[in-house]
Design a protein. Structure first.
Length: 483
């Protein structure tokens, strides 16, 4: 039986598909297509009607499609250290023209199927069909070719003098994996804001260098106080003004104040609806899981300046209100414990993350990563302050206050902390965060090692053990409260 998908989720899927499709069509027509960091003020680009793609979202999608490792290795072969961010490595490999492709026979132009791929074949009664060797028979419809690395620049340099050469070249183009993140257009310009981390600066400088395209940079320094001082606002506001001038030079258009105001209106509407959706995790039991929020990250990142994104999140909000009313949840197990998931998820290992939680009745009802994209403001100075506050750009006091507020509002029993090899600024102060959560809130914490994009840095056995330990600590806490 197919899983029921709500109207809001369907609408959000279409929003993201349209963003990618619009960029591909713009590229075909010779229009400018840019790449942007996820927390660059999208409102500026929207004012010029630019099509913009987001490498972080793209890298997460590539990792979720199990191609993070081959792309990370490709970047390492280009000379980038495997100790840097996995998103950056995937993106830099992609910028260099590297692609995950499907292996095929160059003579017959037929795909070479990987016998280890695919799901078990089931009969009309839903039972797994067993072969003569006693092993499950694979469903041929679900089997996939081997994954290999290819290069678009090598493909385009191939000769086209004979029919055979033309057929080979075209097939090699089509063999590149067809999901949207592996078919994202190359950039004509890049937009970077380092409010996320300083890795962004060098990452985007390298993209600009490799692709020989202009870079528009907004520098937002680390904020070592809870409030954003007026001098900091003035510094960043000046860069917003400069970015507008640079975009005018890039596009040959004047800044459109009306379009900008409309983009701000849409972005605020999207962010407000997104934050309200996040708040539905406060219900007990929750009508959905934090893993559902992770799946909607692409929507709020790629399209928050579009009215369609606002409308889709508002529809999702209605869907969740109805789910609460009738007592439905997307979580496929009874909610016994509630935890906050700290950090960016391991996109290549989402099923592995979910499995032990499901086994122990643990629902993720609080996340830090998702609401961090809720930029709400009323004027340009407030907009600057909103973009100033990202998880890695605020002081530890602000970070603790955010997280402890979420833990209280969402009624969590414990915290699961991802020590993310890719995101050292985020993971670096997590030990102190854990200490404060337990001291201030009296809830247990467990940490595990992983990576947001590179599966080589995730240890499933360690993760399962840490989840089990967290469950035992939450059980002990519950017994203590009852006693």
């Amino acid at each position: 039986m197919a899983k029921e998908v709500s109207p809001g989720v369907l609408a959000l899927r279409k929003v993201v598909e349209d963003v990618y499709a619009d960029a591909r069509e713009a590229k075909k027509q010779g229009k400018l297509v840019g790449w942007s960091s996820s927390k660059f003020p999208c409102e500026l680009a929207e004012a010029f009607g630019l099509n913009v793609m987001y490498p972080e979202n793209q890298a997460a999608g590539i990792a979720a499609n199990r191609d993070g490792e081959i792309m990370c290795k490709a970047a390492e072969d280009l000379g980038f250290d495997n100790d840097i961010c996995g998103y950056a490595r995937i993106s830099l490999a992609y910028a260099a023209g590297k692609r995950a492709s499907r292996k095929f026979d160059p003579e017959t132009l037929e795909y070479v199927i990987n016998p280890a791929s695919g799901r078990p074949l089931k009969d009309e009664n839903g039972k797994v069909v067993m072969g003569e060797d006693g092993k499950p028979v694979k469903d041929p419809k679900t089997m996939q070719p081997y994954t290999v690395l290819d290069d678009i620049h090598e493909i385009e340099a191939l000769p086209e003098t004979t029919e055979k050469e033309i057929a080979y070249k075209n097939f090699r183009r089509e063999a590149i994996k067809p999901y949207r993140q592996m078919r994202m257009p190359q950039p004509d310009f890049v937009l970077c804001c380092n409010n996320i981390c300083n890795c962004m600066t060098k990452w985007y400088e390298n993209i600009a260098r490799m692709c020989n395209v202009p870079l528009i940079m907004i520098d937002i320094p680390y904020n070592n106080t809870v409030e954003v001082h007026d001098s900091n606002v003035a510094y960043v506001r000046g860069q917003f003004d400069l970015a507008i001038k640079q975009l005018e030079e890039l596009t040959g258009k004047k800044f459109d104040e009306e379009k900008f105001n409309e983009a701000c209106k849409n972005a605020n509407r999207t962010a407000s609806a997104w934050l309200r959706v996040c708040d539905y995790l406060q219900y007990k039991p929750a009508p959905y899981s934090g893993f559902d929020l992770f799946n909607h990250m692409a929507d709020v990142v790629t399209a928050r300046g579009r009215v369609q994104a606002a409308e889709a999140f508002e529809q999702l909000e209605k869907d969740l209100a109805e789910a609460v009313k009738v007592g439905k949840s997307t979580t496929p197990f009874p909610e016994q414990y509630r935890v906050m998931f700290e950090g960016i998820p391991c996109w290549p290992k989402l099923p592995n993350l979910f499995k032990p939680l499901k086994e122990h009745g643990v629902n993720v009802t609080a996340v830090v990563y998702a609401p961090a994209f809720g930029f709400v403001y009323n004027n340009m100075d407030e907009m600057v302050r909103a973009y100033y506050k990202a998880p890695n750009s605020v002081c530890i006091e602000q970070g603790v206050a955010w997280r402890e507020g979420i833990c209280k509002d969402n009624k969590v029993d414990g915290v699961l902390v991802h020590y993310n090899r890719s995101c050292k600024p985020w993971s670096g102060y997590m030990a102190e965060m854990q200490r404060r959560f337990t001291a201030d809130l009296g809830i247990p914490c467990a940490g595990f090692d992983g990576d947001q994009a590179d599966p080589r840095n995730f240890n499933e056995a360690q993760y399962e053990t840490r989840v089990q330990g967290l469950v035992e600590a939450m059980e002990a806490n519950a017994d203590k409260k009852e006693g």
